[in-house]
Write a protein of this length. Structure first.
Length: 234
């Protein structure tokens, strides 16, 4: 639960940074006078990243909140269900967060187009080129490998001609993007705090199997579930 929470907080802080930068560049490009090509390019990049990360973090944090409250109530056992502890209230209140202000499914719809235009590539390249503590080399290597797996999934979905399949597999692609970005961010945090190493190790080692499974689903784009819908709901 702690690792899930910290990884999501890292994504929230990163998203807020890009939204703030976008707003600052928005002011710069709408000011009077000549605007340099460099400022315009930076404005465009900040806008693309803010628009990609915002639905990702709304999706990721509200789903995480539901997951963590569920697990926390389970840890408390029967007393967690009763009113002795705050978890009973948190469990009820968190349920709406992935419904209002845009459901999780609509956050996926908002993020998928951006992800398919490879809007995360500049960030992923920057993080892969950065330096991290020597004892985090295995985690960095794992993230480089998972970045390639994710990019193959983006290419597979981009090559998909059937719109229904793109919609159907969008969630599996957004999940990969969320895990990957959170993985890099937890690794980046190890440059500033020794305490973050156990968070990063646990998170990055945990996402490998999940990300590969989601990639297999997207890259295989199995038609069976979509073909079966008519019969299943008849
Ligand atoms: C307590 C509470 C407070 C609220 N406060 C406000 C408020 O202050 N202001 C305001 O404007 N609204 C408010 N709402 C409304 C809230 O924003 C909507 O309930 C929410 O956006 C979901 O819309 P809907 O209920 O019409 O569900 P629907 O749009 O009917 O969606 C039903 C289900 O279908 C899924 N779905 C819909 N479209 C797609 C798609 N294209 N692809 C995949 N899945 C899809 C959704 O994810 C959802 O799971 C509030 C709701 C509640 C319960």
């Amino acid at each position: 639960m702690r690792v899930d929470l910290e990884a999501t907080r890292a994504l929230l802080a990163e998203t807020a940074t890009w939204v703030d930068l976008w707003k600052a560049y928005e002011k710069a490009v709408s000011a009077e006078g000549e605007i340099s090509a460099e400022t315009r390019a930076r404005h465009k990049q900040c806008a693309a990243l803010a628009e990609t990360l915002t639905p990702m973090v709304k999706y990721c944090s509200t789903e995480m909140g539901n997951r963590v409250c569920y697990q926390s109530m389970q840890v408390h056992g029967g007393v967690g269900y009763m009113k002795e502890f705050n978890i009973e209230r948190l469990f009820r209140d968190v349920r709406i967060t992935n419904i209002y202000e845009g459901t999780s499914q609509l956050q996926v719809v908002a993020a998928i187009g951006k992800l398919m235009s490879r809007s995360l590539d500049p960030l992923l390249a920057e993080w892969a080129a950065a330096e991290y503590p020597a004892d985090m080399a295995a985690e960095k290597a794992a993230l480089i490998e998972l970045t390639a797996v994710y990019q193959k999934s983006v290419d597979a979905l981009k090559a998909q001609q059937d719109r229904a399949k793109v919609d159907y597999y969008a969630c599996d692609l957004v999940d990969q993007a969320v895990w990957l970005v959170c993985g890099w961010l937890t690794l980046r945090d190890t440059n500033v705090s020794e305490d973050k190493k156990s968070i990063a190790r646990t998170y990055i080692n945990g996402i490998g199997p999940k990300l590969r499974a989601a990639a297999e689903i997207v890259q295989g784009t199995n038609a069976v579930p979509l073909d079966a819908i008519g019969a299943l709901i008849a």
